[in-house]
Design a protein around this ligand. Structure first.
Ligand SMILES: Nc1ncnc2c1ncn2[C@@H]1O[C@H](COP(=O)(O)OP(=O)(O)OP(=O)(O)O)[C@@H](O)[C@H]1O
Length: 518
């Protein structure tokens, strides 16, 4: 068996420039997660030890096909791409396969939130026209047991059978409630230009029902997995209390099945500065694991694919978002994750997390990127072990650390491109740390360590295996973006160089939006 997992790695940092021209080349992705952020309350408390996370449930699970579907030695590695029978050619390239159409055949949905009349059925279900499409009946809220069972079935499912075309990208559907303020909520404070007065009637506990009218198979399970209701079932609390409701964010087997683009909004806890300045007042109240209301005048409700409340920790987010993405990539689909949001909102925390001592002792604050690579290595190792006879060889080639610069004469070019061979997760983590250290950070009044550049880690996964005396090749690319934060000069207090950077960051983010046609 050929077994030489070679990882080359260069931390990948983008200068604050327009980069829409390069985005397409860099991405080539079919799956995109946009993780966006909002402010809210309370520091995360406690936390569990998580030494063993990010690994396949166990290596036996992999080798026995629990993860990728059956001990079928003829399946392609990670089994998502349909085998097409004996291959007449000696070598086959499985490059970014085409997904089957989705339930609604909505492959051509525009990448923007349309204004009502052009909105397809699928998109309407996804974003929701109104916040309250009805509350899930009690019978559809899952018990802990059914959730656990659901999670197991996720790992146990066979090929991925992915459906769905390109869904609408993230611009959320906004519903406005033109209500007069009353005393139910106190004034909300924010470093942003949040209105002084907040609003009115207590929101109804609502949840966008993903099972409406679709009853069958996958959606039935999905409903069981996805509660989307406050654990207590009580009305949402006020927004100026220390405690906020918790909304479960569960691993979702259909994460990529329905739409190629998913938007997850993560709400971070208040930091100590905000608490000192404004107490526990928030400008947002979360109403379900899909919808959130900005307590302004007028009040505005937003619905997203997923909403991670502030008590959702790094591990849960990884399992919800990162893990299916890695699996997707291993199955041959390009994938891409963006962290986008205002400065200080938690993008770097989510994507990289706390890097100190990460290599020696994985901590609970590790972000998406290190978790993804740990899982990737563990999965590759297990898969190779279980398929020795097929001479399976998987090569994650990591391409972090390039500086994209623009020059009048040269145009866009890559500076300081470097590659490192890595043989272990430890090696990857060392390089991640190195890459993040070389990223420029500076203090603004909104974030002591504000990233002043975009950061991209790209991992190309090459998979080669032999079957029926023909060799098969498959490539997929995983892009992990931690974008620099947008900021307002008034609130970030940026001056001089910081101000120029901020203008540059904002410009590049606008270009980003244009690149997606949002
Ligand atoms: N979910 C969270 N739980 C606890 N602390 C968090 C969370 N999200 C962010 N923080 C903390 O908030 C601070 C700002 O976060 P971070 O630096 O990730 O913001 P950012 O969006 O990357 O900002 P910028 O765009 O300016 O780089 C950090 O001290 C971070 O540890």
């Amino acid at each position: 068996m050929v077994r030489s997992p070679v990882v080359s790695m260069e931390p990948c940092l983008y200068e604050n420039r327009s980069w829409s021209a390069d985005l397409g080349k860099i991405l080539g992705a079919r799956q995109i997660v946009v993780v966006s952020f909002k402010y809210s309350i309370r520091m995360l408390g406690g936390g569990k030890n998580e030494e063993t996370e990010n690994l396949p449930l166990n290596s036996n699970a992999l080798s026995s096909g629990l993860i990728h579907g059956g001990l079928d030695s003829s399946r392609a590695p990670f089994g998502a791409i349909q085998e097409t029978g004996p291959n007449p050619k000696p070598e086959r390239m499985d490059k970014t396969p085409t997904k089957p159409k989705g339930r609604y055949g909505d492959t051509m949905l525009p990448l923007r939130t349309p204004d009502g009349h052009n909105f397809g059925v699928s998109a309407r279900n996804r974003f929701g026209w109104a916040k309250s499409e009805g509350t899930l009946p009690a019978s559809e809220t899952a018990s802990d047991d059914s959730l656990a069972e659901g999670a197991n079935s996720y790992y146990g499912q066979g090929g991925r059978g992915i459906g769905g075309g390109i869904g609408g990208l993230a611009t959320p559907r906004t519903t406005r409630t033109l209500a007069r303020a009353n005393s139910n909520y106190s004034e909300s404070y924010s470093v942003q230009s949040t209105p002084n007065k907040s609003v009115s009637k207590p929101p109804s506990v609502s949840c966008r029902s993903k099972v409406d009218g679709n009853g069958g198979g996958r959606w039935g399970n999905f409903a069981a997995l996805y509660k989307g209701l406050p654990s207590s079932g009580n009305p949402p609390p006020l927004v100026n209390t220390v405690e906020v409701p918790h909304f479960d964010l569960k691993e979702d087997p259909s994460f990529w099945m329905e739409h190629n683009v998913q938007v997850v909004v993560r709400v971070r806890p208040l930091n100590s500065w905000e608490k000192n300045a404004h107490g526990n007042y928030r400008c947002l109240k979360q109403e379900s694991s899909h919808s959130i209301t900005w307590i302004g005048q007028p009040e505005a409700g937003f619905t997203f694919d997923h909403l991670a409340c502030e008590s959702v920790d790094q591990e849960v987010l990884f399992r919800m978002v990162g893990l299916p993405m890695v699996e997707n990539c291993l199955s041959g689909y390009n994938s891409c994750m963006f962290a986008y949001g205002q400065t200080g909102s938690g993008k770097t925390y989510t994507m990289l997390g706390e890097m100190e001592a990460m290599e020696l002792q994985p901590g609970q604050h590790r972000g998406m990127t290190p978790r993804i690579f740990k899982f990737l290595f563990a999965t590759i190792q297990a898969e190779e072990e279980s398929r020795r006879d097929e001479k399976l060889n998987l090569q994650p080639v990591l391409i972090p650390c390039l500086w994209l610069r623009e020059d009048v004469k040269k145009g866009v070019y890559v500076e300081n491109l470097s590659e490192f061979e890595v043989q272990s997760v430890g090696g990857i983590l060392r390089l991640l740390i190195q890459g993040s250290l070389s990223r420029k950070v500076a203090a603004t009044s909104m974030n002591r360590e504000s990233s002043r550049s975009h950061s991209v880690f790209t991992c190309v996964i090459k998979c080669r295996w032999e079957k029926d005396s023909s060799a098969n090749l498959r490539f997929a690319r995983l892009n992990l973006f931690d974008l620099a934060g947008s900021e307002r000069q008034k609130t970030s207090g940026a001056e001089g160089d910081r101000l120029k950077e901020a203008a540059s960051i904002n410009k590049s983010l606008s270009e980003n939006v244009r690149a997606f046609g949002v």
